[in-house]
Design a protein around this ligand. Structure first.
Ligand code: ADP
Length: 630
């Protein structure tokens, strides 16, 4: 057996520091976040252990002083301070976090130390991204503690000395960090406005005041951490404006504090106005993620699904494991859990908002375009569907909106279908021949105006025990059992032609239209229109068919069944003409015209030349007959 020996790793401190300083962070300004977080921790520790600290009435705060001429940036706090031994242990030891030890000790003692930010014991060294050298002067809060000074250029060595006399007297309780800035960065990091901006970006919600050259930089508190009942409407509005630069009030506010299955606080707003997510601002959404009040990521897009992208706000969690640069997230499962919970919360908030019809209509007008993409959220399918709104054939005006529930409440007995139709406008849908049957039977039809609506209906398929059904695909038999509500036939309705004459006309139409149609048949679907086209497969609507074709760059016209209304004067006349002369050219011309008009209505007619020529020809003929008749 060979002898076994144990060796210790050797660290090239200089190289290790170099990695920490130059490779860990993507942005230089992060050093300020790290030092402010440390100062905040020092103040928190003093607050938590206040019992054994020297009494001092000065308010706990963080002061940042920039001196352009001296190329000097100073960050001081009147927190817990450090003894010489603590300086060696905490600052002089890489990857030793005094804060982590403090947290552990507090936990063991059963004391809450929630606010403490530090964890890894490396953040301090980020100061060397901007510093040529750093001097720390500190005095511990412990009674009789002496003032100590630590100096290092961050190259691997440091000096420590105990201060005495006037030097010591100048050091009060707490820690003062003097950063002698590198020449090329001095201008940038002594610019007061620039410093304020950095503070507001990363450290705005630190709970102690942060004074930059005597003026407080963090004025908006971390409202999401405060009890709801203590927060005024004005405070919410102020927070919202800080977050979004929107000066209007938000349409709605959601403030939640969740403990299970994952701990987080969230404060979300629904803005009055929608952004143009389709255009330039496509990426401008997401919630800001904080861990213990410190910003980790702005506009995180994993915290909410894309269809709720209109929501703006912040999420703060204690639970999130960070990597040491605090820049990338390590545990996406946790983020997913927050997403799941938050999605449900936002949907339920929208449900509450919907109780106020006018308010919800406002929401719908602004945000529906984005919200509708939620048809892909299968987990929340029914809640999502319940929040959809439509205009319909029962609405008095284009502004009126209704839900599936409203529709179901008005449905005929035994009607287990929700009918819908797609069209460019309310006016166009009112003229849609496919809806004549529904008018006759008094059955409501939801109106869809945007291509996405078609996908929504297709994906949902049902709502509760109602099947979502395109009106266009309904068969007259489906509604046959219902009594007519429009009992009066249209003024120009006529008696249908004899069976033989009608049959002959159908045959003639088929012969004229040939391959253009898959069949020609009589229908009871229509009241006011002479004819319409229906899809022979019975399950694709013409609007969906068009979407699919345009996605596949397919310009061909689908073959459909042409249905004729035997009670329409035009069809009756054509049948009579056809019976008198089986080769009458007018019947042929009329058949083509009716077919192309129907194609035009369905949006399939690509070349209108033949149609327009025929209309002109028919008009000249008709005017001739009219002159003679007069
Ligand atoms: P972390 O904050 O993750 O612990 P740092 O490298 O930033 O790591 O700091 C190391 C330790 O130095 C801290 O845990 C803390 O004990 C001590 N420290 C740093 N700054 C201060 C300060 N301003 N006042 C008191 N102690 C400090």
């Amino acid at each position: 057996m060979s002898a076994q020996a144990t060796y210790e790793f050797k660290a090239e401190i200089k190289q290790l520091l170099d990695i920490l300083v130059h490779s860990l962070y993507t942005e230089r300004e992060i050093f300020l976040r790290e030092l402010v977080s440390n100062a905040s921790d020092a103040l928190d520790k003093l607050r938590i252990t206040a019992a054994d600290s020297e009494s001092d009435d000065a308010p706990l705060e963080i002061r940042i002083e920039a001196d352009k001429d001296q190329k000097l940036l100073t960050i001081s706090d009147n927190g817990i301070g450090m003894t010489e031994a603590e300086l060696v242990e905490n600052i002089g030891t890489i990857a030793h976090s005094g804060s982590a030890s403090f947290l552990k000790a507090m936990k063991e003692a059963g004391t809450s130390a929630d606010g403490i930010i530090g964890r890894f014991g490396v953040g301090f060294y980020s100061v060397y991204m901007v510093a040529g050298s750093v001097r720390i002067q500190t005095r511990s809060h412990r009674e009789g503690a002496t003032a100590v000074e630590w100096i290092s250029d961050g190259q691997g060595a440091y000096t420590i000395r105990e201060l005495s006399g006037e030097e010591a007297e100048a050091v009060a309780r707490g820690t003062r960090i003097e950063i002698h800035l590198k020449d090329d960065l001095a201008e940038q990091y002594t610019d007061v406005e620039g410093l304020r901006h950095i503070i507001r970006k990363h450290s705005n919600f630190i709970s102690f005041p942060i004074q930059v050259n005597g003026e407080r930089a963090n004025t908006v508190p971390a409202l999401w951490r405060e009890p709801k009942f203590q927060i005024t409407k004005e405070q919410y509005k102020e927070f919202y404006s800080f977050l979004t630069y929107d000066l209007d009030e938000p349409m709605d506010t959601l403030h939640v504090s969740v403990d299970a299955p994952v701990q987080f606080n969230a404060l979300c707003f629904i803005p009055e106005k929608s952004k143009d997510f389709m255009g330039f601002d496509r990426e401008d959404w997401g919630l800001d993620l904080y861990v213990r009040r410190v910003l980790i990521q702005r506009q995180n897009k994993d915290l909410i699904p894309q269809y709720l992208m209109f929501a703006r706000g912040v999420v703060d969690t204690e639970d999130l494991p960070l990597n040491i640069s605090r820049e990338t997230l390590q545990d996406n499962r946790l983020i997913r859990k927050i997403n799941t919970t938050l999605t449900k919360q936002i949907l339920s908030q929208l449900g509450k908002m919907a109780e106020d019809k006018d308010k919800y209509a406002k929401f719908w007008r602004e945000h529906a375009r984005v919200f509708k993409a939620g048809y892909m959220d299968f987990v929340n399918r029914e809640t999502f569907a319940g929040l959809l709104r439509f205009n319909s054939s029962s609405c008095e005006s284009a502004d009126e909106l209704m839900s599936f529930e409203d529709y179901m409440a008005r449905a005929k007995p035994d009607q287990k279908k929700i009918y819908f139709a797609f069209g460019p406008s309310r006016e166009a849908l009112k003229l849609n021949p496919h809806l004549e049957l529904f008018r006759k039977k008094g059955v409501e039809v939801l109106y869809l105006f945007e291509p996405i609506d078609e996908f929504v209906m297709d994906a949902l398929h049902t709502y509760k025990d109602f099947a979502l059904t395109p009106a266009e695909l309904a068969k007259p038999e489906d509604l046959a059992a219902l009594p007519d509500v429009e009992t009066q036939a249209p003024e120009d309705a006529v008696a249908a032609p004899e069976k033989d004459a009608l049959e002959a006309l159908l045959v003639r139409f088929k012969a004229v239209l040939g391959e253009g149609v898959s069949d020609v048949r009589a229908t009871s679907r229509l009241t006011g229109s002479p004819c319409c086209l229906v899809n022979p497969d019975g399950h694709t609507t013409s609007s969906m068919d068009k979407i699919m074709r345009s996605m596949n760059h397919d310009n061909s016209v689908p073959k459909k069944v042409m249905e004729l209304n035997p009670n329409h004067a035009l069809i009756r006349n054509l049948a009579d003409l056809n019976q008198a002369d089986g080769n009458d050219p007018f019947v042929e011309q009329a058949a083509r015209q009716l077919f192309e008009s129907a194609l035009l209505l369905e949006g399939y007619l690509t070349d209108p030349h033949a149609l327009v020529g025929r209309v002109q020809d028919l008009l000249s003929k008709a005017s001739g007959w009219y002159v003679k008749a007069k």
